[in-house]
Design a binder for this molecule. Structure first.
Ligand code: FES
Ligand code: FES
Length: 154
């Protein structure tokens, strides 16, 4: 048995240690916000937070995640007040939506480390999250809006 915390709840899974976290979340625990895109850490669709850091869950073996805390989109606190989610809605960012969970989890992580990022910093940090629908300008605008919102809260 491998034990970890997912969205604040202790979970135990009976799987091989090499199984990717993405598989555990989706197939073992029924948590489906993180998506399978490429499976080789090239698209960002599977991004979740492990101990507060954005990680590609398709490449994180569950054996290495044992004892750690995983947060997915479902587990974000205070969703109605979350400045990133609010900005995403206000700017109507998603198109097909497939990549958006990963984009949002990466953006939250970006703003946690750089509260007021420049366009360049956004492009750099978000460049590993691909969007086939090309929503990049709206993603950037939403991140700026979320940053302004967070600053206003302080
Ligand atoms: S599915 Fe993990 S980075 Fe593409
Ligand atoms: S919204 Fe369709 S892939 Fe990003």
């Amino acid at each position: 048995m491998i034990e970890l915390k997912v969205n604040g709840i202790k979970r135990q899974v009976d799987v091989v240690p090499e199984m990717p976290l993405l598989w555990v979340l989706r197939d073992e625990l029924g948590i489906t916000s993180a998506k399978y895109g490429c499976g080789v850490a090239q698209c960002g669709a599977c991004t979740v937070h492990i101990d507060g850091k954005a990680v590609r869950s398709c490449q994180a073996h569950i054996g290495e995640v044992a004892g750690k805390s995983v947060v997915t989109l479902e587990g974000l606190h205070n969703k109605d007040q979350n400045p990133v989610l609010q900005a995403w809605i206000a700017h109507q960012v998603p198109q097909c939506g497939y990549c958006q969970t990963g984009q949002i989890m990466q953006a939250i992580s970006l703003l946690a480390s750089i509260p007021k990022p420049t366009d360049e910093q956004i492009n750099q940090v978000m460049s590993g999250n691909l969007c086939r629908c090309g929503t990049y300008p709206r993603i950037r605008a939403a991140i700026h809006a979320a940053a302004a919102n967070k600053m206003a809260e302080k």
